[in-house]
Each structure stands twice: as structure tokens, then as C-alpha cells.
Design a binder for this molecule. Sequence first.
Ligand code: IPE
Ligand code: MG
Length: 231
Amino acid sequence: MDGNGRWARKQGKARHKGHREGVKAVRATVEVAAERGIGYLTLFAFSSENWRRPEEEVSSLMSLFVEALRREVAELHRNNVRLRFVGALEQLNDGLRKKIAESERMTAGNTGLNLNIAVAYGGRWDIVKAVRSLASKSAAGELHSSDIDEEVFASELQLAGIPDPDLLIRTGGEQRISNFLLWGLAYAELWFTDVLWPEFDKAEFDKALADYVSKQRRYGHTGDQVEATKC
Ligand code: IPE
Ligand code: MG
């Protein structure tokens, strides 16, 4: 979700107003995802590198997260959405951690859209954490190095048990991954748009989905092989 700051500047407003407007786009996006029957939506709300921003912006973002949870979770719950947070959550303040734990607990039994929110998340951090866990299991004699395959490795990642993303959407015009789900994105289709996050809406989401369905996903096979398995 990129472009909140630029949106605010365009309007002659302070950056935090852009983040606030961005929450509205989150609401709309979650609605579309639920309507379209998407199983999993993972939003990159705050990266491990975003701590480098001015303290004032970081703290206004943290307050906004708490406020948004306070306002939105009941409605998400009514809509059968299951919320999960991933990232170095221990780095967050107590108030936010409490809201996160509450909202996860409240929605844990829901069976509709799985909404994952990445906060204080970095793809490299996720990978290193997984390696560390495997190394300590190995040192404890619970695991042999030859037992480690892609499946075992993925089971240590933050989004373990969740299918790899099919589609990555990045708003705000930059064409890079910026340390998002580095492992899981291996075969994702990528959609970049110049639209700034606060202006991302149903129509734009549908454009990305239409592009996605037009793609032939080959996973190393030839196009003919893929066609043959379709019939
Ligand atoms: C939102 O957009 C991303 C967050 C970290 C919340 P930005 O804040 O990166 O917006 P730009 O890139 O400055 O426009
Ligand atoms: Mg940005």
C-alpha cells in the first residue's frame, strides 16, 4: 500500500492525512476481496524499514493502527473475516499489541476472507527467523539437515499454512518488492499501478484481477503442457 504521503502532498495536506485516507482504501479493498471470493488478502501496512521514518510519523501511524482496529474489527467480525497479524509484533507498543491480540482472538473462528496484516514485517527478517528456528531444532537433535526441504522451510515462515500469493499489487508507481513476502512471491503475478494507495478502489482492484486471470501460469512447464492439463 504505497503512496499515502504523495497523495497528501498533492492535496496540500500533512502526510498523516494521507495515511488516514489510506484506511478508507483498506476498507474498500477488503470489501472487494470478500465480494470476489478471494481466500487470502495480505496487506503490507508497515515494514521493518519503516521504523526509520521520523518519529512523529511512526507514532501517528501506530495510533492510526489502534484507532482503525478499534473502529473496524466489529464490522470485520460481522462479515466473517479472520484477522491475523504477521511481523515483529514484539516491537509494537503494548496498546497496539493488545488490540491485535483481541482482534485475532475475536475473529479466530471466522471462515470468510483471511485478512493478514503485515506490521513491522520484512521478508528477509522472516527468512532469517525461519533459519534460526531450523538451526536450533537441528542443534537439539530434532531435525537432520537433510530433512529440510521447501515445505519444511516454509512451515517456519510467518504465513505458514497459507497458500503462496497468486497476485502482488503495488500502488504508488514503484516497481519493486521492498522486502515483502520474498519466499512466497516466487511465482506471484505482479501488478504495478501508478494509482496512489488512497485512490485505490474497486475499479482498480478489478483491473488487477482481470489482468491476473488473463495470465497463463506455467511454473516451468511449456504453454502446451499447461493447455493439455486443462482439458
Ligand atoms: C504508505 O505510503 C506506506 C506506509 C508505510 C504506511 P507512503 O507513506 O510510503 O507514501 P509515499 O511513498 O510517501 O507517497
Ligand atoms: Mg512510500
